[in-house]
Design a protein around this ligand. Structure first.
Ligand SMILES: [Zn+2]
Length: 74
């Protein structure tokens, strides 16, 4: 694969740490599958993985996703 930054054909699979800010809460993900350029070191997430992480961050920060509450009302 070709790197978007340095245009070298040096992009391979790698792992990275992603930190997202969500409404004052910092959510960190370790060992996230990513594409890393061996020439310039640029790491880019696949769209679906980035989307997944954002959804997870929203859940952890308690935004946008209403938690399911199980209430026993007799
Ligand atoms: Zn590069």
């Amino acid at each position: 694969m070709r790197c978007e930054v340095c245009k070298e054909w040096a992009v391979g699979a790698g792992r990275t740490t992603v930190t997202l800010q969500r409404g004052g809460t910092t959510v960190t993900f370790h060992d996230v599958p990513t594409r890393v350029c061996r020439a310039c070191g640029d790491a880019s997430l696949e769209g679906r993985i980035a989307l997944h992480l954002m959804t997870m961050a929203d859940r952890k920060a308690g935004h946008h996703v209403a938690p399911l509450r199980r209430q026993s009302t007799g």
